[in-house]
Design a protein around this ligand. Structure first.
Ligand SMILES: Nc1nc2c(ncn2[C@@H]2O[C@H](COP(=O)(O)OP(=O)(O)OP(=O)(O)O)[C@@H](O)[C@H]2O)c(=O)[nH]1
Ligand SMILES: [Mg+2]
Length: 356
């Protein structure tokens, strides 16, 4: 029996992981065996750690997008099959990735037709955020992502008024007539059942591949500073884990704002011996939104995983993060160290396959 594969793409911070984790929980309650594949240009992903916290079987494709690491995607699907025997796999491509029809859906249909039953390609659109501050090539990328969707999910509808939601859905339907439009709040669960009915009941129509300018696509990714870091903070006396996270977002957000560097997504997961907390910022100047926590945990030790995607040069982003961690030390004599640190701009995409 082929595995049902649900691929949900869309720009950084659009709400893919939140939607897929909520869907995984619901499907598990309904008796399905579910697995998740995460994906990133780097290693040490907040998304994978968040899925682990939610006890959802997860494998990751690290160090490049699904399309450039197609054999790794197959291996990740194979590993998931071995450990969890899923009926349904939910897959989240990197948020700066597009051209998924030509590089993922068509190769799967052509080379692995009996192994996977691929659901209609879903692309998320977060109408509550403004990408105007990003350079034109990022707008181009965003547009390409929506142009290949078979189904566009208007996300975070709990943040929109009813009239704004209706207006946005109508505008999307006019601009992207190839796609069906659905509205979902992964926070409240509204619209989730309807989306899953399509994902489980329909197959991808294997649509036409995008006509895309890879130079512009590469340029859009290259303007992003991409930082993945992991580390430990220790102090002699207990401190508030939530306050430390809030200070990180506040200090880093202010530094990036001073540099006129728009945030695409900054996400932070911390674990202490007794708790896990996770929050994100997807818009410069906004307060963090919490997916785990906040709470009143007092601890003398925490481990953090920080992923930041920002329109800035990598060395400047690196400096901003290192200075932030130093500045927010909970006590003057507390220590911190990084166990992993990488900061770069994504290289031009070179897909394994590109089937028109
Ligand atoms: N209010 C609200 N917030 C949401 C909803 N869905 C996601 N978010 C928040 O948006 C932020 C980003 O969500 P993610 O699910 O991490 O986004 P993503 O698309 O996976 O991001 P990348 O993996 O970086 O591309 C998180 O802080 C979520 O809590 C929603 O339906 N309503
Ligand atoms: Mg994600």
């Amino acid at each position: 029996m082929p595995t049902r594969l649900i691929i949900a793409g869309g720009f950084l911070g659009a709400g893919k992981t939140t939607l897929l984790l909520r869907a995984a929980r619901l499907l598990t309650e309904q008796g399905y065996r579910v697995g998740l594949v995460t994906n990133d240009q780097g290693e040490d992903l907040v998304d994978t750690a968040t899925a682990n916290q939610a006890e959802i079987p997860v494998t990751e494709v690290a160090g490049g997008c699904f399309c450039c690491r197609f054999p790794d995607l197959l291996k990740a699907l194979q590993r998931l099959a071995e450990v969890a025997q899923p009926d349904i796999v939910l897959a989240e491509p990197v948020g700066s990735c597009t051209d998924l029809v030509a590089t993922i859906l068509r190769p799967l249909a052509q080379f692995h037709p009996d192994q996977f039953q691929v659901a209609p390609l879903t692309i998320l659109h977060d109408a509550s955020r403004n990408i105007a501050s990003f350079p034109p090539n990022v707008h181009y990328l965003y547009e390409q992502q929506l142009s290949e969707a078979e189904l566009i999910v208007l996300t975070k509808t709990d943040l929109l008024s009813e009239s704004a939601e209706a207006e946005t859905a109508a505008a999307l339907a006019t601009r992207y007539p190839q796609a069906r439009i659905l509205s979902i709040s992964a926070r409240t669960g509204q619209g989730l059942t309807e989306w899953l009915a399509v994902m489980l009941g329909q197959a991808s129509r294997n649509p036409a591949a995008l006509m895309i300018d890879y130079a512009r696509y590469a340029e859009a990714e290259a303007v992003l500073g991409w930082l993945n870091a992991k580390g430990i903070v220790r102090a002699d006396r207990p401190f508030s884990a939530t306050a430390w996270m809030e200070q990180l977002f506040q200090t880093l957000g202010q530094t990036l704002s001073d540099q006129h560097a728009p945030i695409a997504h900054v996400k932070l997961l911390i674990t202490t011996p007794t708790s896990a907390l996770k929050a994100s910022v997807t818009q410069s100047g906004s307060a963090p939104t919490w997916d785990l926590g906040p709470d009143d945990t007092q601890t003398d030790q925490l481990e953090f995983t920080l992923n930041a995607r920002v329109n800035i040069e990598p060395p400047t982003l690196e400096q901003a993060v290192v200075q932030t961690i130093e500045r927010i030390k909970p006590q003057p004599d507390s220590r911190y160290y990084f166990t992993h640190f990488e900061c770069f701009s994504p290289l031009p995409p070179e897909p394994t396959h590109r089937l028109q």
